[in-house]
Design a protein around this ligand. Structure first.
Ligand code: NAD
Length: 436
């Protein structure tokens, strides 16, 4: 099958490369000339484990290519995926659909023969109807179907998630489109991956409901962590005792500095807007959004408290600035709230991140980025772990402490224990574990 992937970001590039690996012929299109040039010359514009090898192999075997011009790719495609960004609209929290609609119009102008236009971007309920209307208006003669096929991959584990998903969701009432989608996902179908066929609006809502539930689960355990600190309980043990109940499950029960990233913040907000507009507000999710926003700010206060109530003139070493490990993605990362709040309180920040420095430098000012965790800690008044990269999990704590000015360790991901830190001579603060 021939696939055109419009938008070659985290989702488009991974999906495109994986479809090529399934044996389809994929052309990835992006408006960003520098991205396309880089891909054409063998580079990968994002950090995603395993993606370089997957792209290289499929390019070499002639199934994957890149272009800035969608005309040829769309004209010959059986399926055209729209995988462009749907960020929060500044000011009101609605999903900004301008990229999706612009892509739909461009696709409509050049499509030829029966074409399935698939919305892979996360889009509010009813967007498929509008995409269909735009295509119909642009090309009244066109033979096409608009399908919703939301993506559930996680950055950092994206290839595995795409190739071994818990389920694939396809929203359409068009029989021809359903057959084509089944064929596209054939390798997964053969693996007995559940493929959930629904109406388009239902499929669009599944994606938001899933993300809102996960964001709620994280926020739930974060509030339980706060309670643990007040009543002398250990949140990790609470999470374990709760999560072993199969009806609940242990995933997404790790207390931390609040969720961030390119999806949860914007998707929870957009869902609350959809619900308000429909006259059926989601008060639970509105509260999740509020609690999570407040939490990121509260984490800076936690660091200040660990430093004795004042960080003026102090140097704080930060390990990890991306919103989670194994990505260079900085969108809505907790560090973007915590670091400026510490700077505002008078601290100087030195930071290290294994992959996020280039992106972080665009978004944070007056931060000195250094090349490793030990160098980062040298002479610092406190060390703060914001992102739990694997390489931070087994640091030589005595060595770190020996070079620091004050022995303060704030572990916002609970990757150490009170005993480990205490034995190394640190005053240790974590999340929801007041006594170890
Ligand atoms: P991204 O910002 O990394 O990539 C979007 C790309 O689309 C950019 O490279 C941009 O240049 C390109 N683009 C925009 N308009 C275009 C056009 N008209 N023609 C060609 N290219 C165009 O975004 P992303 O993180 O890949 O997210 C894409 C969508 O997938 C969003 O709706 C997001 O919510 C959803 N999603 C993301 C993830 C994730 O982990 N990042 C997971 C699931 C779903």
């Amino acid at each position: 099958m021939r696939v055109a992937m419009i938008g070659t970001g985290y989702v488009g590039l991974v999906s495109g490369a994986c479809f090529a690996d399934f044996g389809h012929e994929v052309v990835c299109v992006d408006k960003d000339a520098s991205k396309v040039e880089m891909l054409k010359s063998g580079g990968i514009p994002i950090y995603e484990p395993g993606l370089d090898l997957l792209v290289e192999r499929n390019v070499r075997e002639g199934r994957l290519s890149f272009t800035q011009d969608l005309t040829d790719a769309v004209r010959t495609a059986d399926a055209v995926f729209i995988a462009v960004g749907t960020p929060s609209r500044r000011g009101d929290g609605y999903a900004d659909l301008s990229y999706v609609y612009a892509a739909a119009k461009e696709v409509a102008e050049v499509m030829d023969g029966y074409t399935v236009v698939v919305t892979k971007s996360t889009v509010p309920v009813g967007t498929g109807d509008e995409v269909e209307r735009i295509i119909r208006e642009t090309r009244p003669d066109a033979d096409f179907a608009v399908v919703s096929n939301p993506e559930f991959l996680r950055e950092g584990a994206a290839i595995d998630d795409f190739k071994r998903p818990d389920r694939v969701v396809v929203g359409t009432n068009d029989d021809r489109a359903r057959t084509l989608m089944r064929e596209l996902y054939r390798p997964l179908f053969l693996n007995e991956t559940p493929i959930v066929f629904t109406a388009r609006r239902t499929s669009e809502l599944i994606k938001y409901a899933a993300n809102a539930f996960l964001a709620m689960k994280i926020t739930f355990i974060n509030e339980i962590a706060d309670l643990c600190e007040h009543v002398g309980a250990n949140v990790q043990e609470v999470a374990k005792g709760v999560g072993l109940d199969n009806r609940i499950g242990g995933k997404f029960l790790h207390a931390g500095p609040g969720y961030g990233g390119s999806c949860f913040p914007k998707d929870t907000l957009a869902l609350t807007r959809t619900a308000q507009d429909a006259g059926s507000p989601l008060r639970l999710i509105e509260t999740v959004v509020e609690v999570n926003d407040a939490r990121k700010r509260a984490m800076a206060d936690k660091v200040i408290a660990a430093c004795g109530g004042d960080v003026k003139g102090k140097t704080i070493a930060v390990l990890g600035v991306t919103f989670k490990p194994n990505t260079d993605d900085m969108r809505e990362a907790p560090s973007l709230e915590i670091i400026p709040a510490l700077q505002k309180a008078g601290a100087t920040i030195r930071a290290f991140d294994p992959a996020g420095t280039v992106e972080a430098e665009k978004l944070l000012s007056n931060v000195e980025f250094v090349s490793g965790p030990y160098f980062c800690a040298e002479g610092a008044d406190a060390l703060v772990i914001i992102t739990e990269w694997n390489e931070f999990r087994a640091l030589d704590l005595p060595r770190l402490k020996a070079t620091m000015k004050a022995p303060v360790l704030v572990d916002l991901r609970n990757i150490y224990t009170h005993d480990q830190a205490g034995n190394a001579g640190f005053e240790y603060t974590s999340v929801g574990r007041p006594h170890g």
